[in-house]
Design a protein around this ligand. Structure first.
Ligand code: UDP
Length: 238
């Protein structure tokens, strides 16, 4: 089954996607590979913006469990996403792709602060905008930031790169005969707690009619495939 080809997309990259074979941090070769795929997608005519996670460095929930105050731990997590954004920016610019990083927490010496109209203008000029620091608020996730920015940037779809090739009836790593959904309704995802993204992110996409395309980003070359409406993925939509 072929899916629609979306033109303007927001790609959500989890921090783990930048970790490579390691258990922590940023693997330069993995980031370079990811950047090459993103550059290729741009060459194929897609307009792209990115939201990067921070879980490869710091997660607020884990920090809170280890004894940090939750809000402070979340700010630490948001700062981690800025490091990842700079790494992705660097790798893309090495390939000659023009980019801008915009942070939801102003840090003007490091990158631009998030200004929606400016971000729109960058995209119109063909630049890839990388959104950092999530929503800028504790108790949120970068998945919610991705849904929010996708709505603000009038994206046609949110592409959620994961380590599985879609949404299954059960965890395919534990249940061998679990079936992959080709398409799925937002309400079903929320009612069955299918954990595509967190509930706030899913609700935001549902309310703004932004399809979520769940695909495996760890498989080299897959981004281009899925962007072209081919390959294996699950599309969550109204
Ligand atoms: N975070 C936050 N507000 C946001 C986005 C992120 O407080 O709007 C914090 C939160 O602590 C989170 C961390 O930043 O755990 C890293 O983001 P996330 O866990 O979403 O990254 P990913 O799982 O995508 O790597």
């Amino acid at each position: 089954m072929t899916r629609p080809r979306f033109n303007r997309i927001l790609l959500k990259l989890s921090g783990e996607a930048l970790m490579g074979p390691g258990q922590f941090g940023i693997d330069p070769a993995t980031v370079a590979g990811m950047a090459a795929e993103i550059a290729d997608a741009k060459q194929r005519g897609h307009e792209l913006c990115l939201v990067v996670g921070g879980g490869n460095i710091f997660r607020g929930v884990a920090g809170a469990a280890a004894g940090f105050e939750r809000a402070s731990a979340d700010y630490m997590g948001m700062l981690a996403t800025v490091m990842n954004a700079l790494a992705v920016q660097n790798a893309l610019e090495k390939l000659g792709v023009e980019t801008r990083v915009q942070s939801a927490i102003p840090m003007d010496n490091v990158c631009e602060r998030y200004i929606r109209r400016r971000a729109v203008r960058h995209m119109e000029k063909g630049r890839i905008v990388i959104f950092a620091a999530g929503t800028g608020n504790p108790y949120f996730t970068t998945d919610t930031a991705a849904a929010l920015r996708a709505a603000e940037m009038s994206c046609d779809a949110l592409f959620k790169g994961t380590s599985v090739d879609g949404v299954y009836t059960a965890d395919p790593k534990k249940v061998p005969d679990a079936k992959r959904y080709e398409t799925l309704g937002f309400s079903r995802v929320l009612a069955d707690d299918l954990r595509v993204m967190d509930a706030a992110a899913v609700a935001l996409c549902r309310d703004n009619n932004i399809p979520i395309v769940v695909f495996n980003i760890r498989q080299p070359g897959n981004l281009a495939h899925v962007l072209a409406g081919e390959g294996t993925a699950t599309i969550v939509q109204n």
